[in-house]
Design a protein around this ligand. Sequence first.
Ligand code: TYD
Length: 131
Amino acid sequence: MHKTKVHSITDNRGGLVSLESGINIPFDIKRVYYLYNLNDEARGFHAHLKLRQFLICVSGSCTVKLDDGETSSNFTLNDPTEGIFVERLLWREMHNFSKDCVLLVIADAHYDECDYIRNYEDFLKLVRTDT
Ligand code: TYD
């Protein structure tokens, strides 16, 4: 689990980041969504059976906590040229949203509630039996 830098095309007008399947995103992009206008309530608190995602704070900052069932790590996202790949079976929580935070999420599948694990004990059971 680590943050990934994405290339920015920057000139005197500003920066431009392009996210492309098979170029800097290692999966086919099926869905893009973003969280914005956030308050101090943490979000997430789930894992996914299959879904792969890339999270990038395109404005402001937040903390992403990732837990693989054995260890958990906190990542500060505060740079629109730096994101984090969140693979399947990782418990994720998002905390400490700045007022101007816009958290962009790129995913390899459409929204499917059946892919969610929303109970932490179920998540631990699953990671311990997953092969
Ligand atoms: P939720 O999973 O609670 O968001 P978070 O993980 O950020 O805490 O999702 C909030 C609501 O939005 C919930 O009713 C499911 C719905 N939703 C969609 O309809 N499509 C989507 O792509 C996502 C991510 C959520």
